[in-house]
Ligand binder design. Structure first.
Ligand SMILES: [Zn+2]
Length: 55
């Protein structure tokens, strides 16, 4: 896997916190692509590893 360094960071659309299910997510500035949950105060990243993959 290669991390995108610099430039425009592709942020996976996250609508719910995977830990508490809250919707109050804001970009986590210290880590590109990360999100911060205002409800449980967790910061996390979501990585898309595949799309449209046939078995
Ligand atoms: Zn949360």
């Amino acid at each position: 896997m290669t991390e995108e360094a610099g430039g425009s960071t592709r942020r996976a659309p996250v609508f719910f916190c995977p830990y508490c299910g809250d919707e109050e997510l804001t970009p986590y500035e210290e880590t590109p692509g990360a999100w911060h949950c205002a409800a449980c105060l967790r910061a996390f990243t979501v990585r898309l590893i595949a799309t449209g993959v046939n078995e």
